[in-house]
Design a protein around this ligand. Sequence first.
Ligand code: GDP
Length: 295
Amino acid sequence: MFDNLSDKLDKAFHILKGHGKITEVNVAETLKEVRRALLDADVNFKIAKDFTTKVKEKAIGQDVLTTLQPGQLLVKLVKDELTELMGGDVVGINLSGNPTVILMSGLQGSGKTTFSGKLANYLLTKKNKKPLLVACDIYRPAAIQQLYVVGDSIGVEVYSEPENKNPVEIAENAIKHAKANGFNVVIVDTAGRLAVDEEMMNEIERVHKAIQPHETLFVVDAMTGQDAVNTAKTFNERLNFDGVILTKLDGDTRGGAAISIKSVVNKPIKFVGTGEKMDAIDVFYPIRMAERILG
Ligand code: GDP
């Protein structure tokens, strides 16, 4: 995960290790390399610039050059700042409703259906919940079928109304069904498009308004880098979502989305997807991610 970024950061810190006495110039050179590594990882220019400015200020504030191991301290400052940038503390999902209603949003192919299954499986096996999956894609029968395959594989019931072309009604009926049948979490998988379009946004906004979810999650493919961040911005403006799900972190991702998304939309990353299987889901811990990136 993010191997390229990790390698580049490691090389950046080598600059400091090669010197007997470390000077301000060495520190500046290292931070320049750090910035370059972030840009190569597809982190937005302003975020990368602010990042190194903040680390530099802290390094000056803590008199890094006069400490015994300036190199190590600088690595720690970078790690702290990366953790902060990715959200600081872990933010879980709100499961206080009865039933708790969770709405999935995002583009087609981002991994919404797969993640809906993973989340249902996680809640069933780790949180002792009884989830219901809801197929709200009225355009692609294959999408409904896919949710049934997912539901079957984890032993979770799927609610759908294949003849109904009104996603608001389907979602509302599903919640009634959940209440009547003892389901305490309702996960609503919605239709996505290949790109953001007005019709899709209007539709999900209508569903959102009608069912007033406890959690609205925005699912995004980590491999799409800065595009992921831009799409997140658009969805957030319309839905004011509660959290981000970064999928496909097992692929050849550069890291830009994971690092930038929180500071752009000011919403936490809550889970990550790390594979196609139903157990390939992890709670997102900013500090652990920063530690992994810095090796
Ligand atoms: P949706 O259109 O948003 O519902 O996306 P899907 O759930 O159908 O996922 C699109 C493709 O991405 C499928 O082939 C999934 O198996 C795959 N996928 C989803 N999540 C992950 C993940 O975390 N890692 C990998 N490698 N593939 C994933």
